[in-house]
Ligand binder design. Sequence first.
Ligand code: NAP
Length: 536
Amino acid sequence: MTDTQEVDVLILGAGVSGLYQLYRVRELGLSVRVLEAAGDVGGTWFWNRYPGARFDSESYTYGYSFSKELLDEWNWSEHFAPQPETLKYLQHVTDKFDLRKDISFNSTVTSAIFDESSNGWDVRVEDGTTWRGRVIITAIGILSAPVYPEIEGRDSFEGFACHTARWPHEPVDLAGQRVAVIGTGATGVQVIQELGKIAGELTVFQRSPNYCVPLGNGPIDGETQARIHATYDEILATCRETHTGFIHRADPRTIWEVSDEEREAFFERLYKEPGFGLWVGNFKDVYLDRAANDILSDFVRRKIRERVNNSAVAEKLVPTNHGFGTRRVPLESGYYEVYNQDNVRLVDLRETPITRITPSGIETSDCSHEFDAIVYATGFDAITGAFDRIDIRGVGGRSLKEKWAAGTRTYLGLTVAGFPNLLTIVGPQNASIFCNIPRCSEQNVEWITDLLRHMFDAGHQRFEAEESAEDEWTALVGQIASMTLFTQTDSWFTGVNRNVTGNHHRNDLIFMGGAPNYRARCDEVAAAGYRGFAFS
Ligand code: NAP
């Protein structure tokens, strides 16, 4: 045990959001400490170092926008940068702004308990260290609690086994090996593409196929680099205007306003366009109107069938239980062609489920497969999982996990009634989750910074969301979500995440009204003297 150290603000997490929040809190002249579980900065980009990990956001829309000097001096090498480059970027930012001195690494927070007598939070770290902060800001990520599948015998496997989000720092040589990958989400797709190039035999265990579309990556040449730098203002302005913080603008037409030929040509263009164009730059009704979505889904299904030589394999890769875009769309570079290679096999777990893992491989209902390595691309306990792994207790000792067990409730996706002086960057019911994260998390950070200025300047010790404000926000989040097709699909967007064992029910976890609308609502609340907040 050590003596408790006291600061004005404790930030949990030194990823993209936590680093920027640290920079801003320091500007307020407040004392601040960041507690980070990892051994260095980077969050997502520290942990996810599996082969093939890279952005699905255009690199030049992902960096911080707050410093012109930083924008000017950093050159991204590819349109969609690989993980090592992003980590290097975040390390560069950390060093440039001398952020490291306020961060405690290897500090996994186990509990945060609100003390009503002093209006502060008592925070405990795994190693026994204790901290006290007037305010806690969580920047713990929405995809930071990795989940291994609960399969009998999992620990008995004697070869290399690893979750993609816990990939070792030292090189892992899987060249020529017999490798299994379980999971075909955005991560599985990236890792399968890479391992397909080097594995002796690659076996993919797929439970649900996804609609994957081309990433369109490539190096950024000198001329393009110069153009990016010269037009950063416009690029960032576009990102501020779009629903999702990407540079792809949704088309203002409905699908029914164009001829069949025009529609097909439009889809073709978006399919070939780099990035998320087909997903978020499409007709405005494709996630509101089932019939419109069916047409788009059929287009992508045709593309999959065209690219996979074996028609039986192609059918296994074609999603049929949900519409295009209602789950996170994985972007790919030759993913479907991997299944045309002789060294690659696809096992459809809907036909032959895994029965157990053995010391030498994986048994399915029909046979046993021998492996040297098993890669778990099995995802995360998304959005609320990282909160659930910390014992967070507010007024009256009430646990946040228990409060949210019946359904997540927040005000603005940034605060929770009954949990004073707690702020959640990219928290549940925030617009940032369905967004190019840095673009939206910057907004969260800046709004929070203003709130802190307001609080500390006025000499308040405590702020808290009012129950009625939380009720209204939660209802609004649900109302908007229910207008979309997203709520009709099981995925981590809707809380029905089959990665995680337990009684998962549909949950309104994301503000789907779009980033500009969200920003306007946050600004209105601030302009009205922080309507819905009680200060004391
Ligand atoms: P995910 O989308 O949740 O995918 C997990 C995969 O594992 C799914 O295919 C799932 O099947 C499968 N799975 C889970 N448990 C299983 C079990 N017991 N048996 C068999 N299969 C099982 O996770 P992810 O791929 O790590 O991606 C999560 C999110 O991270 C993405 O949606 C994206 O937002 C983000 N991401 C971003 C990037 C990028 O920007 N480039 C890259 C990677 C990830 P079911 O679908 O049947 O549940």
